[in-house]
Design a protein around this ligand. Structure first.
Ligand SMILES: [Zn+2]
Ligand SMILES: [Zn+2]
Length: 147
């Protein structure tokens, strides 16, 4: 009897905020401002992957801070995570493993009674020590090259 309601919804289908031509299929909400933008497929493809592409380009251009040989592929810098202040290092997987195991060894012996400020100071010192360790490790590695 009232089965015609879906015909109404076609005429009021919301359009893309960018081109105002195609129906919106994507909804992006800014958490901080509460503002939201609606995109059609085409405008979403044009807008959203830009961030993704920038990130990909950045990681493609980035080389390992230590051996400079391999592009970084998601090496984790424990120290940057711990302090949240230092710049994250770009590391290839191989260096990342060595670096983080060195850091973990040092942290195991760390004094747990230090204040947070003292801990960060200690981590900064450790950051320098780890860089030195990595240089020595790479030099040792080069003398027994297996490539
Ligand atoms: Zn559009
Ligand atoms: Zn490396």
């Amino acid at each position: 009897m009232f089965a015609h309601s879906h015909q109404m919804s076609i005429s009021i289908q919301p359009l893309c905020d960018i081109c105002h031509q195609r129906p919106r299929t994507h909804h992006i909400c800014e958490g901080n401002t509460g503002e939201s933008t609606n995109f059609c497929d085409a405008c979403f493809d044009a807008a959203a992957p830009l961030t993704v592409r920038t990130l990909l380009a950045a990681s493609r251009d980035a080389y390992c801070n230590f051996c400079n040989a391999q592009p970084c592929s998601g090496g984790t810098d424990l120290l940057a995570l711990a302090t949240g202040v230092m710049q994250t290092k770009q590391m290839c997987p191989r260096c990342s493993v060595e670096y983080n195991s060195y850091i973990q060894d040092q942290l195991r012996d760390a004094d747990a009674t230090l204040s947070q400020t003292e801990q960060i100071a200690a981590l900064r010192t450790l950051n320098v020590a780890a860089d030195t360790h990595m240089k020595q490790w790479l030099r040792a590695n080069e003398s027994g090259k297996d490539i």
